[in-house]
Structure formats: structure tokens, C-alpha cells
Design a protein around this ligand. Structure first.
Ligand code: PRP
Length: 215
């Protein structure tokens, strides 16, 4: 039987995903070996193959069919905008995409000022400011520690993920607007969904049942 390939997002999401998959009988001991540099792991018994990738690459692997299934944050799905089916909310990795900044920046938003917006998510920020708010802004793409931008005067506000809110608090920033809630999602390649429908829908169903019991 053809192996079902699952792309996991490296890091926190991968650990939680593996834990969840174990509960539906799909485990991968090899992947848990500390310090392993291996990138792809096969479980012969269940006919499943896993690989680890950077978050933004997961929808790419799934769109091209190099992975049948991907587990990735909703933020990445929105930002990458790939042709994939989003089939399940896994419930973990819950956080929010927000416009944040110093409290004074609320005024600039209220008056639709031409402000600079720093973000790791230019697609989401553009959609929010241009289409939802109808506000013209200058977008500045950064790759991390976004909270620095308003502190050092690179931008008036940021569009970023807020989980506990402690990074904002510790840097004198606040949530100015919520864009959308986020969590880990399961995505599927449309062709795989047709060709391997039985196995994939069965997996979605088992995960749904486990998630239902957990909530
Ligand atoms: C994310 C996000 C915020 C922080 C929010 O950054 O970009 O900086 O977590 O979490 P909190 O609300 O619980 O403080 P991440 O740690 O992924 O690193 P990054 O700054 O390199 O993006």
C-alpha cells in the first residue's frame, strides 16, 4: 500500500501533533530520539511517513502533493494561501493574530493615518489593512522579535501573534485590534483527498473523536 505522507511543523506543534497521533494508533518512536538530525521517518506497520519542515513550507509540500497531509498553524495557512483543503482544527497552539503597539498608537488607527506596520505576516497584514479596514499603510516585513519595531521607531504598530500576552506586557505594548483566532490545523492535498479518501477520512474521523473526548 502507498504510504501516507504527513508533513509536520518543526518545534512545539510537532510534539503536540505526535502526541495526538499516538492516541489514534500512529506512533513514531524514531522521531523522538533526542538530538536526531534525521528529517524523514517511516512507520511500516501503519503505512505512514512523517517529515519535519519549517512552518511556511508545510502548505507548499501539501499543495504539490509531496505530502498528503500537513499540520500547521492557521497563521501560516492564511499567509501562504496555498491550494489545500483545511479539514480539521486540532485545538492546540491556540493564540490570536493582532495589531499591537504602544497605547498611543490607537489614535493613529482611529484616524486612518498612513502608518508603518512591521510584521512577519505581510499577506495577513495587507488583507486586514487594505481590505478589512480600508486603510493605506506601509508594510515592513521582519523575520522575528517583531515587538522591537515600535520600540525602536521602525514602525508605529505591528501585526503579530499574541499567545499569553507577556511579550507585549514586558515591552510596554498592547493589543490594539484582534484580527483572528489561530490554532493548529490539518490540511490535505486535494488530489490525495480523492485518491486516498478512505484512509484520510478515517484518520480525520479518529482524530475528531479523540479531540471530542479531550474537550
Ligand atoms: C511569537 C510571537 C510573539 C510571541 C507571543 O514569537 O511573534 O513574539 O510569540 O507570545 P506571548 O504572547 O506568549 O508572549 P516567537 O516566540 O515564535 O518568536 P519570534 O519573535 O522569532 O517570531
Amino acid at each position: 500500500m502507498r504510504k501516507l505522507t504527513i508533513a509536520l511543523t518543526k518545534g512545539r506543534l510537532a510534539d503536540q501533533t505526535l502526541h495526538l497521533l499516538e492516541q489514534v494508533g500512529i506512533s513514531c518512536e524514531e522521531m523522538k530520539e533526542p538530538g536526531t538530525r534525521k528529517l524523514i521517518f517511516t512507520n511500516e506497520e501503519t503505512g505512514v511517513r512523517f517529515f519535519l519542515a519549517k512552518g511556511p513550507d508545510v502548505p507548499t509540500y501539501v499543495e504539490y502533493g509531496a505530502a498528503d497531509i500537513g499540520i500547521v498553524g492557521k497563521d501560516t495557512i492564511l499567509e501562504e494561501n496555498r491550494k489545500v483543503y483545511e479539514v480539521l482544527d486540532l485545538g492546540f497552539g491556540r493564540c490570536r493574530m493582532c495589531v499591537c503597539g504602544p497605547p498611543e498608537a490607537a489614535e493613529l488607527l482611529r484616524h486612518n493615518q498612513l502608518i508603518r506596520v512591521a510584521t512577519k505576516y505581510p499577506g495577513i497584514a495587507k488583507e486586514h489593512f487594505y481590505n478589512t479596514r480600508n486603510q493605506t499603510v506601509e508594510l515592513i516585513k521582519l523575520n522575528g522579535s517583531i515587538e522591537l519595531a515600535p520600540i525602536v521607531g521602525l514602525a508605529e504598530v505591528i501585526v503579530d501573534i499574541v499567545e499569553t500576552g507577556s511579550t507585549l506586557r514586558e515591552n510596554g505594548l498592547t493589543v490594539l485590534e484582534e484580527i483572528c483566532p489561530l490554532s493548529a490545523r490539518m490540511i490535505v492535498n486535494p488530489v490525495s483527498m480523492r485518491m486516498d479518501n478512505r484512509r484520510i477520512t478515517q484518520l480525520i474521523q479518529s482524530l475528531r473523536e479523540i479531540l471530542g473526548k479531550m474537550s
